[in-house]
Write a protein that binds this ligand. Structure first.
Ligand code: F6R
Length: 621
């Protein structure tokens, strides 16, 4: 959430900063700004709107070879020009961009105002600019350390100062900051996406770390607090830049109209990537080396608690079903955002699983820390290598989905499911799951990439159904047991990018209330796999059709919908997904729902990759 860039080197900074911001825009897109340091001192341009609006309005004379930039997702104060970053002190000698939240901003703002400082924005970030400007310390680093010593909360910051025109200073506590090393130039970004065009030699700062960056290199320090004096001290650390193995093309949408479309179609290849080397057909088990749990520890697990937010929570529910069915371990998923506020009981024989594409979601990270504080063991299902959650957990499974840029998660979610399936098989095989069943599931998993491809090949037909659904203001998504989290995820994806009201329900619960809302204007997308519940599900479809509710049924070939499919019978769309093992149905049932959401949003003319009010990576509580 929010994107930060910085540059120092031999080229004009502004065009590079704008290019970097455009690549980070998925992290926040309500306002943007840049500051450059040139012969005329510090210049700032910022405004509400997109990065392209900022670029269009940039003054002609905006020269300088040092600069910082920001693209914002509003927390403190509305998205207007004044609240856009960078923020400066009154004399405009120091400029700050910030990602994160300063929890004690109100108290600090009041203190500054009492001292006669006129605050120019409603933001928490602005206090940092004033605190740095007011510090009397000799070095910029010490001034920033002093200011950060006053601040409670999370931050990734980049600072430029007119009195120190040879450097940028950056610091991190909870929000990512990466330094990219170029040839006589250095880049800064909160996400690799903004760097990879320029360099793949990068250093990730740790929490509590600060760096001084000049055109020729960088030095790092840890921000320690001296107990005796309460002062913040800087102690040199030995952070080195490393090569990252990333194809810059992974951050381009290529010929696709959106990243979401590109990412949808990447799913077969990415699904293969997450399964590769992790399926053991001989013993019918998963081979997940990163768990850091031996067979005895795996056998000792009595319960599994899955923590994630949004779609990661819904796939966590699918994962809980897999674990209960295959490993017969009681398992449930809970929104990570709620977990730590109910003083959870953490048990030593429970395995906690944190699920996150970005590895940055602050609610999930804080839930992990809550478990660990109480002595629990957490593994992570994380996509972004080296992210905060990946570093915090005690072991885990990387998702290998590649960079996911679209706000609506697709390929990462698919790989989360597959990672859960492998985990469930592996846990099952040290318990009651037979080798035959293990092999059956391994074979099923091997077929998934090809079957995902088969679903995606029906995109044109799915687009027709999506067009029909896009006409409705309100929709239901319904499913039962394995199909219920599928319905929840389908509704989530649909509402997120089409802005239609899509509500998920257990099919069995409709008659206990929501059936009152069924009418010819309210279509229902029903998840009806060919499983032990198929007859009951079809009966519920009749109840919907009898009230005039149009039906889109996501099912398997051969499922007999009888009269419902006759003209006027209720079914306005039928989507058959390939058959696999029943336990693995949820992911194949989910793929068409992603495509429906994408085509509905396209039909409605929405910005698919940047849905209103949202941002990728939710790094604020
Ligand atoms: C839905 C979506 C969000 C995320 C959620 C968690 O398409 O993208 O609901 O799933 O914000 O994000 P991660 O997985 O990065 O922790």
């Amino acid at each position: 959430m929010c994107g930060i860039v910085g540059y120092i080197g031999t080229q004009q900074a502004a065009p590079l900063l704008l290019e970097g911001l455009a690549r980070l825009e998925h992290r926040g897109y309500d306002s943007a700004g840049v500051a450059v340091l040139g012969s005329g001192g510090l210049k700032v341009a910022k405004r509400a709107g997109r990065v392209r609006d900022l670029a269009d309005g940039l003054p002609k004379r905006f020269g300088g070879k040092i600069g910082i930039g920001h693209t914002r997702w509003a927390t403190h104060g509305p998205a207007n020009d004044a609240n856009a970053h960078p923020h400066t002190d009154e004399a405009a000698r120091v400029a700050v961009v910030h990602n994160g939240i300063i929890d004690n901003a109100a108290a600090l703002r009041a203190e500054l105002a009492d001292d006669g400082i006129v605050l120019a924005s409603d933001t928490d970030t602005e206090v940092l600019a004033h605190l740095i400007a007011r510090s009397g310390a000799a070095t910029l680093e010490q001034r920033i350390a002093e200011a950060l010593g006053r601040v409670e909360g999370t931050y990734g910051i980049a600072v430029a100062h007119a009195d120190f025109p040879d450097r940028l200073v950056v610091a991190r506590n909870g929000s990512p900051l990466i330094i990219g090393v170029g040839d006589r130039e250095m880049h800064v970004a909160s996400d690799l996406a903004a760097l990879v065009r320029y360099t793949t030699t990068v250093a990730h700062l740790d929490d509590g770390e600060m760096a001084t960056i000049t055109a020729g290199g960088f030095t790092t320090y840890s921000l320690g607090r001296l107990e005796a004096t309460g002062r913040t001290e800087l102690m040199a650390t030995d952070r080195r830049a490393k090569e990252v193995d990333i194809d810059p093309a992974a951050y381009d949408a290529g010929d696709h109209d959106s990243f979401m479309h590109k990412e949808l179609l990447e799913q077969p290849a990415r699904a293969e990537a997450v399964l590769r080397g992790r399926l053991d057909d001989r013993f019918g088990t998963g081979h997940l080396g990163g768990l850091n749990l031996d067979a005895r520890e795996l056998r000792g697990i009595r319960r599994v608690k899955i923590l994630g937010c949004g779609s990661a929570y819904y796939v966590g529910q699918m994962g809980a079903s897999l674990l209960e069915e295959l490993a017969r371990i009681p398992a449930d998923a809970e929104p990570a955002s709620e977990f730590r506020y109910r003083n959870p009981i953490v048990e030593h024989d429970t395995l906690y699983v944190a699920v996150s594409q970005s590895g940055e979601t602050i609610d999930t990270l804080l839930a992990v820390q809550e478990v660990q504080r109480k002595g629990g063991r957490v593994i992570g299902l994380v996509n972004v290598v080296g992210s905060a959650i990946a570093r915090q957990v005690d072991g885990g499974i990387y998702l290998h989905a590649g960079p996911e840029v679209a706000v609506a998660s697709t390929k990462a979610l698919t790989n989360m499911f597959l990672a859960f399936a492998m985990l469930a098989v592996q846990l099952g095989r040290v318990r009651d799951l037979s080798i035959a069943d293990g092999r059956r599931l391994i074979a099923g998993l091997t077929r998934i990439p090809e079957q995902v491809d088969q679903v995606l090949a029906t995109e044109a037909e799915l687009a027709v159904v999506a067009k029909r659904l896009a006409e409705a203001e309100n929709l239901f998504f319904v499913g039962r047991v394995r199909g219920f989290p599928v319905a929840r995820e389908g509704a989530q994806k649909f509402k997120e990018i089409s802005y239609r009201h899509a509500e998920a329900y257990q099919t069995s619960e409709l008659k206990h209330g929501p059936l009152a809302l069924i009418s010819p204007e309210v279509p229902t997308v029903a998840i009806v796999p060919d499983d032990e519940l198929v007859e009951r599900n079809v009966a519920a479809l009749h109840e919907i059709a009898a009230r005039g509710g149009p039906l889109v049924v996501v099912t398997h070939a051969g499922v007999d919908l009888g009269d419902l499919e006759r003209p006027g019978g209720g079914v306005v769309g039928r989507i058959d997904v390939p058959r696999n093992e029943r336990e693995l149905d949820p992911i194949l049932l989910t793929i068409p729902l992603q495509v429906l959401a994408y085509h509905a949003a396209l039909e409605l003319g929405h910005d698919i990759d940047k849905p209103r009010n949202l941002a990728k990576s939710v790094t604020v509580e």
